[in-house]
Design a protein around this ligand. Structure first.
Ligand code: THU
Length: 128
C-alpha cells in the first residue's frame, strides 16, 4: 500500500463531506496496523459545535472495526492545499499510536504528497 493509494481514498471520501455551513469539505483515510484503510469525511450541524472533523470520523470507523493502532493518516480538502489536521484531531490521533514519531500524516501539496510525523505536529503531547 502506497501513500498515493491512501491519499486517493481521502480524495474519494471528501466528495461525501456534509459541509453546508463552512462549505469546506475534508476527507481523511487512516491506515491501521492490520493493513486495512478506514475513511471519513467531515459532517456539520446547524449547532456548529457538533461538527465532526474528517479525521475523527475516520478514526472512529477504524475503532468501530476493532482497530487500536494507526500507522498513517492522509487528509485532503478540495478547498485548501496542504490541509493539516486541527489540534483536536492531532490529540485524537495521538491516542491511537504508540509513538508519535511513527505516525505519518500525509497531505497534498499541489501534485506532491508531503509527510509529517505526528511528533512534529503535536510536540510535547498529553497522555494519561
Ligand atoms: N475540518 C476537518 O474536517 N478537519 C480538520 O482537521 C479541520 C477542520 C472541518 C470541520 C468543518 O466542517 C470544516 O472543516 C471547517 O472548519
Amino acid at each position: 500500500m502506497t501513500y498515493d493509494v491512501l491519499m486517493q481514498r481521502a480524495i474519494d471520501v471528501s466528495k461525501n463531506a456534509y459541509a453546508p455551513y463552512s462549505k469546506f469539505s475534508v476527507g481523511a483515510s487512516v491506515l491501521a496496523d492490520s493493513g486495512e484503510i478506514y475513511s471519513g469525511c467531515n459532517f456539520e450541524n446547524a449547532s456548529f459545535g457538533m461538527t465532526i472533523c474528517a479525521e475523527r470520523n475516520a478514526v472512529g470507523s477504524a475503532v468501530a472495526n476493532g482497530e487500536k493502532k494507526i500507522k498513517a493518516v492522509a487528509i485532503y480538502s478540495p478547498n485548501q492545499d496542504k490541509c493539516l489536521p486541527c489540534g483536536a484531531c492531532r490529540q485524537v490521533l495521538h491516542e491511537f499510536c504508540d509513538n508519535d514519531s511513527e505516525l505519518d500524516v500525509i497531505v497534498k501539496c499541489g501534485d506532491e504528497l508531503q509527510v509529517f510525523s505526528l511528533a512534529t505536529l503535536l510536540p510535547e503531547s498529553f497522555s494519561l
